[in-house]
Structure formats: structure tokens, C-alpha cells
Ligand binder design. Structure first.
Ligand code: ADP
Length: 742
């Protein structure tokens, strides 16, 4: 008997961008682990109808789908699967192919259905034997059904995973729409009321408001506290106008409601604003636009990792092991008991339905509440001067290092929260060069208006690190401008410069002030932070460019070598590779040697001879100084003979440009708020006056600058600890290897 493990993969319930990447990873990981993988088309409906709707997949059946939105294997809702007869039929159809392991990508309904199916499986098989539809031997060969779940839902409404497949892309669509609406709203000084999805989860509305810069937001978990929220909303928007705001944007989650459980609709909000403020107010319902379009870089790489891990999990499934949900927590792929997560998800919905909002908010977790409070501060049109936060300080903000999308967002958040806390905020132009030349201005609340959404760095940035007598000039300017704290939002050069000041305190007492660094670099090469601001935008820029490059090669057999930035850090290359489906990535951490290149050429020759049309390699700019991108292309071209052509694409500075991605905007905002709080804390305690902030294990962490040198590989300008290096094995498993005898 054939003992090969047979896996079925299906998408079910609402579609979500990134499902294809997950299916691709399940199919390819399964094949590379020696399993047979079948796609069940059209969700449970296809499982019940069987026939052509359950199809074996090979390596190339999932080629070219990673960049597509929706789900290529279809999804459906199935009333029949809710019945026992339906599920018996489904079991029979799976057994016809010997499938007894299932990967289900869907929402809580789909996953509940899968668990029920698993529990009933032995009985269903018994019934089929009794009815003479299957043999006793067949039933005995498949005594249990192994299942594993992944959540596909743009709403991000699931407990047990910090992100669901599709949520980040939906946030991209919302942010793009808001950027577009903001520009027209500002031209006409209009007010827009925008409805986003989220019947029982305010994630999209809340994060959309932070990243798109809304002035007021309504979410299901947290109804307005006051009964007369209408007057409060009008007051906030009116004050904003008085302070020079040209546009007003109100974001409403479709499930928003007031304290009494009455829905807050966009039409009602529009009517209130029109009547009470007399403003030209328009409604935009984003609707299915949020489900559409190409998946974001994050949804591609996360779903790829989820799919890979799902197969690994399924291979260790046993009747004793509880079915698992593969999700992402604290920036790591995790596996947690499936049904406990489904129950908790249902508990939030129940709390909202019962108007127990405290509980709903508590179940959502700390970072959700924190985001809500941050937003409340940021959207005010003017500072709350009555607040007593502690000693008012004069805090200077500057950039250093290469430009990173999200730098402006960080400055905006820092300036507004700083002013809100009673501080005076100073902007230093052109990095440490500006601190030397005294190019320093006071920034007020409206001076950063619109900065939340723009790329580049309005304050200017460069890689200057003050040395020798310049330190003296810096010290003088700190005194002259009475700077009492410095916030450096930047990359490697910024961290070096901050450390320089910090370690020269003995000679220059002026440097005895809080100096804090915040990671902003597309290279993602900073100590203490798993993700730096700008890296997500750069990854999105890379995958978009690669999508276009791939499209240019439809007609010929071609190998592309795409060079990406990152300096001495391979993050962009590896994650760009995972997100774009590259066969091979070349990292500076591993280098490149001749035998690697020889093997790569042989693999390509093998597969191009067997009908392959496109090969994609991603190479970090510093992977090897001798084997350059040009050299590699020449080598491949020569060795490829007339089997395939080779083209190089050096992506260059387009990676640093463009509007910051939603994640970078949210991340920048969150870190900037923490930095301002930390500066006040450091001033009060005078314990250690140099620090850097980071995002590690899903949390914001603060380190002393004393800890920095041992955390860095100075010669290579990268941190010693790089969490993503462990993902190289996934990239390898998903790359097609030529047989040894090729
Ligand atoms: P989602 O998976 O996005 O929550 P649905 O709730 O519509 O979407 O569920 C998708 C499908 O999963 C349903 O059409 C049905 O076939 C199946 N399903 C949902 N709940 C159950 C259940 N309790 N028992 C059996 N099947 C279910």
C-alpha cells in the first residue's frame, strides 16, 4: 500500500490577500517533504462535490500566484457542510484520494467546521463502511483526520494570532484611499466620513486612523464614552479647523456603535457634521476595495512562513495531539491550540454584543488599547495645556543616516506628543551637520501637519558623525539653544553619533542630557530592534518592482538577478526573496563562493531544460565584492548558453522612496511616543542618560547606550543577533532543487 502522506489544502469563508502565498507554501513544502498535496477547490463546497474540485498539485501548479490577490483555488460558503450528510460526503471524497490531513485557511466558521469534521471522522468512516461506500481496509488505513488551521481574514479579528492573513494588505488599501482622499479633501477644505470593514473588530479603523491620519474614529470595542458624542466630535473637528487644518477625516468601522449598542453609521455622522458644522461633508464606503489588489510584502512573507509551518505541524499530527492554529505572535510564527483561539474569538464578539466593552477591549490586548490612546493624543488639533506631565523640557529631534520612509511620521508623532506633554520641541535640520551649524527651529503643533503620510525626511538627513573640534561646537549649540534632550531618529550613523556624544560626557558636560536613538533605516541593521522604520516600505517597494520585472518576461526563458539594498545586512534580500518567490537569495552574512554559483547554474540548466520559463535570484548589494551582480549575470549568461537569457535589475534608490507603508507609519508613531515618555523618565531619574529603543518580541524595549557596542558587529555594520536568519531554511525548502544527478 502507498504510505505517502496526502495533504488537502483549502481556502474557505471570506477571501483575503495572502491566501495564495499560503497555498503555494503548503504545496511546495509538502512536495519537498515527500507528501502528495491536493487542492480542494471552492472550500467545503468543493469537498462535498468532489470530482474535479479535488485536484493533485505539482510544483508548477502554484507558480506565479504569490503576487495575486484573492485565492486562486476559490472559496465558498457551504450550507451542506453544516449537515452530517454533507460532511460524510466530504469524507468519502477525501478518502477517494487517500487524503487524511487537511490545511484549512479561513475564519472562525471554517475552523470550527474543520474541528467538528475531525472529531466526527471515525464515525463518518464507520457510516460509510456500513453503507458499503468504502471498504473496511480503506477506513482502517485512515483512522484519524489531522487538521491545522490558518486564519484568513482582512479584519484581524482572531485571538491567538497578532495578524491574520490579509489584514496588512487591507490596511494598505485603506491607507492608499485615505492618502488620496486627504489631498482632495484638503483642496476643497472638505470633511470626509469613511467607512472601513470590521463588524466586530476595530483593528482596521484604528490602525487606518493612525496610518492615514484621521481626526476622529469609531470602533466596535470602544464606543464613545459620553452620551452626547455628536457634540464632542463636532467640537474636536471645529477646533481643528480653527488651528489651520484643511481637511477633516472621520473613520468609522462598519460595526461601530454607541454606548447603548445603537449603530453609528456613516450617513448619520455625515448628517450631524453637515447640520452642526455647516461643512461640505462626503461619505466614502471603501467596501470590497479593501479585499482587493495585490497582497502586501508582509502578507506574502508571513503567509509563506505560515504555510511552511502548517505542513511541518501536520506531519507531526496524531490523534492525541490537539489541532493547532498556525499564527504569528510577537513577530514569530507560533502554533497554538486551535479551538481555544476560536473560543476566545467568539468571546470578544459576545462581549461586544452584550455591550461589555471593558471586557472586549481587555480581550483585544495591551497594544490595541495603547494604539487607541496614542491616537487620541495625535488627532487633537491642539495640545491639552491643562495636563501636568512633569518637568517641561526642550527636546531636539534630528535624523542621521540614509533616508527611511516613516522618518516624517516619527517626527510628527514626537512633536505632537512632546507638545502635548508640555515640552518645547526643536527641529534640527540636516542631521548632526545642522547641530554643528546651529540650524535649529522650534516646531509647533501645525508645523508637522501632513507629515504623517509623506516619504523622505522633511528635516533632512545625512551620515555626518561629529568628530574632533566639532564636538565642542555641538556642546556650545546644546547650551546656546538650551537643548535638554536629543531624539535621534535614524540609522547606523545616528547610533554612532549618539554614542560618540554619550561617551564624551566626561570632556563635554553639555552632553549630560538624555540622548535616545530610534531605529529608522531601510537596511534593518540596528541593534536592539527586530524591525526598523522604513524596512517594511522598502520590502514593499522591492516586491512591487519584482512583480513588474516578472511580468516583463512572459514570453521567454529568462533568469533575473535583482540587486537590493541592505548594505551589510541581508534582511531585505531574504525577506524580499520570501515575499517575491525568489529561488535563490545571496546574503552578505553568507557570502557567495564559486561552488555556490556553479550549483546555481547547474540547477537552472536542469530546470530550463525541463520547460522552466523564469528564474529569480535576489542578491544583496554587498553579498560579495568580487562576484558582483554584473559578474554573476555574465557567468550565468555564458553558462546558460542558448537555454536561457540573463538580465540584471539593480533596484537602487527606489527602495528608499515612496510613501511609508501603514506598518512603518504605525511603528514610527508607536516608537516616537515611547521615546518622548522615556526622555521624561530619564530626566526625572537621571540614572542613565543614553538609550536606544527597539521593537523585540512584539514589544517596545529600551536599552542603555552602554549595551550597544557588544550588540553590534562593527566591521559589518549590523547587529550580532538577527532573528530572521533562522528563516533561511524556509527559503531553501521552497526553492526547487535539481536532483543530485542533474
Ligand atoms: P469564516 O470561515 O470566514 O468565518 P463562515 O462562518 O461563513 O466564514 O464559514 C465558512 C464555511 O465553514 C461555512 O459556509 C460552512 O460550510 C463552514 N462552517 C462554518 N461554521 C460551521 C459549523 N459550526 N459547523 C460546520 N461547518 C461550519
Amino acid at each position: 500500500m502507498n504510505t505517502q502522506i496526502r495533504i488537502g489544502v483549502m481556502t474557505s469563508g471570506g477571501d483575503a490577500q495572502g491566501m495564495n502565498a499560503a497555498v503555494r507554501a503548503v504545496v511546495r513544502t509538502g512536495i519537498s517533504r515527500g507528501c502528495a498535496v491536493y487542492a480542494v477547490y471552492e472550500g467545503y463546497e468543493g469537498m462535498i462535490r468532489g470530482g474535479d474540485l479535488i485536484r493533485p498539485m505539482d510544483w508548477s501548479s502554484v507558480g506565479g500566484i504569490i503576487q495575486l490577490g484573492g485565492t486562486v483555488i476559490g472559496t465558498a460558503r457551504s450550507a451542506a457542510f453544516r449537515t452530517r450528510e454533507g460532511r460524510r460526503e466530504a469524507a468519502r471524497n477525501l478518502l477517494a484520494h487517500g487524503i487524511d490531513r487537511l490545511v484549512v485557511i479561513g475564519g472562525d466558521g471554517s475552523l470550527t467546521g474543520a474541528d467538528l469534521f475531525r472529531r466526527e471522522w471515525p464515525e463518518l468512516l464507520q457510516e460509510l463502511v456500513t453503507a458499503g461506500e468504502i471498504s473496511t481496509e480503506l477506513a482502517a488505513a485512515h483512522p484519524f483526520l489531522g487538521i491545522v488551521g490558518m486564519v484568513g481574514s482582512i479584519d484581524n479579528d482572531f485571538s491567538g494570532t497578532d495578524m491574520t492573513i490579509g489584514a496588512d494588505t487591507a490596511l494598505h488599501r485603506i491607507t492608499e484611499a485615505m492618502d488620496a482622499i486627504t489631498s482632495t479633501a484638503a483642496s476643497h477644505q472638505r470633511t470626509f466620513v469613511i467607512e472601513v470593514m470590521g463588524r466586530r473588530c476595530g483593528y482596521l479603523a484604528l490602525m487606518g486612523a493612525i496610518s492615514g491620519g484621521a481626526d476622529f474614529v469609531f470602533i466596535p470595542e470602544r464606543p464613545p464614552e459620553i452620551e452626547d458624542w455628536e457634540s464632542h466630535m463636532c467640537q474636536v473637528l471645529r477646533t481643528g479647523r480653527e488651528h489651520g487644518r484643511r481637511d477633516s477625516i472621520v473613520l468609522v468601522a462598519e460595526g461601530a456603535r454607541d454606548r447603548n449598542g445603537k449603530p453609528i453609521t456613516v450617513d448619520y455622522v455625515r448628517q450631524v457634521l453637515q447640520e452642526r458644522l455647516g461643512e461640505d461633508t462626503r461619505v466614502t464606503i471603501l467596501g470590497h476595495v479593501q479585499r482587493g489588489g495585490a497582497p502586501s510584502a508582509f502578507d506574502r512573507w508571513m503567509s509563506t512562513l505560515l504555510g511552511y509551518t502548517a505542513v511541518e505541524e501536520l506531519l507531526s499530527a496524531s490523534p492525541e495531539r490537539e489541532p493547532q492554529l498556525i499564527g504569528m505572535r510577537e513577530n514569530r510564527i507560533t502554533s497554538v491550540p486551535l479551538m481555544a483561539c476560536v473560543e476566545e474569538t467568539k468571546a470578544v464578539a459576545k462581549a461586544i454584543a452584550e455591550q461589555d466593552y471593558e471586557r472586549a477591549m481587555a480581550l483585544r490586548g495591551g497594544s490595541f488599547s495603547e494604539a487607541f490612546h496614542t491616537l487620541r493624543t495625535l488627532v487633537q488639533s491642539q495640545p491639552r495645556l491643562d495636563r501636568n506631565i512633569g518637568t517641561p523640557l526642550r527636546i531636539a529631534v534630528l535624523h542621521a543616516g540614509g533616508p527611511a520612509p516613516g522618518m516624517n511620521t516619527a517626527v510628527r508623532a514626537a512633536v505632537r506628543v512632546g507638545i502635548d506633554h508640555g515640552h518645547t520641541m526643536l527641529g534640527i535640520h540636516n542631521g548632526f551637520q545642522g547641530l554643528i551649524s546651529g540650524d535649529i527651529v522650534e516646531m509647533d503643533w501645525m508645523s508637522v501637519s501632513g507629515w504623517g503620510t509623506t516619504g523622505g525626511a522633511e528635516l533632512g538627513t545625512n551620515r555626518k558623525i561629529p568628530v574632533g573640534p566639532e564636538l565642542y561646537v555641538v556642546a556650545r549649540n546644546i547650551e546656546r539653544f538650551n537643548i535638554q534632550a536629543i531624539l535621534v531618529i535614524g540609522g547606523w550613523a545616528g547610533y554612532q553619533a549618539a554614542y560618540k556624544l554619550y561617551s564624551s560626557r566626561e570632556s563635554y558636560p553639555a552632553f549630560n542630557i538624555p540622548i535616545i536613538c530610534m531605529p529608522a533605516s531601510i537596511d534593518n541593521n540596528l541593534p536592539g530592534s527586530e524591525l526598523s522604520i522604513g524596512a517594511d516600505t522598502a520590502l514593499n517597494n522591492i516586491v512591487e518592482a519584482v512583480d513588474r520585472i516578472k511580468q516583463s518576461a512572459v514570453a521567454s526563458r529568462r533568469c533575473f538577478v535583482v540587486e537590493v539594498m541592505g548594505r551589510e545586512c541581508g534582511y531585505l534580500a531574504l525577506m524580499g526573496g520570501l515575499a517575491s518567490g525568489a529561488e535563490r537569495v545571496y546574503l552578505p552574512e553568507e557570502g557567495v563562493n564559486l561552488s555556490d554559483l556553479q550549483r546555481d547554474v547547474e540547477d537552472m540548466r536542469y530546470w530550463f531544460q525541463r520547460g522552466k520559463r523564469l528564474s529569480l535570484m535576489i542578491r544583496n548589494e554587498n553579498a560579495n565584492s568580487i562576484y558582483t551582480t554584473g559578474f554573476m549575470c555574465a557567468l550565468f549568461e555564458e553558462e546558460g548558453n542558448d537555454l536561457f537569457e540573463v538580465r540584471q535589475a539593480i533596484l537602487g534608490h527606489l527602495q528608499q522612496g515612496g510613501h511609508p507603508s501603514p506598518f512603518d507609519r504605525i511603528h514610527a508613531t508607536r516608537l516616537a511616543v515611547k521615546c518622548i515618555e522615556q526622555i521624561a523618565h530619564m530626566t526625572q531619574n537621571k540614572e542613565n542618560l543614553g538609550a536606544f529603543i527597539g521593537y523585540r518580541g512584539g514589544k517596545v524595549q529600551i536599552f542603555s547606550l552602554d549595551e550597544m557596542p557588544p550588540m553590534m558587529e562593527r566591521d559589518h555594520q549590523r547587529p550580532r543577533e538577527q532573528w530572521w536568519m533562522s528563516l533561511r531554511s524556509v527559503a531553501r525548502a521552497l526553492a526547487r532543487q535539481a536532483p543530485q544527478d542533474a
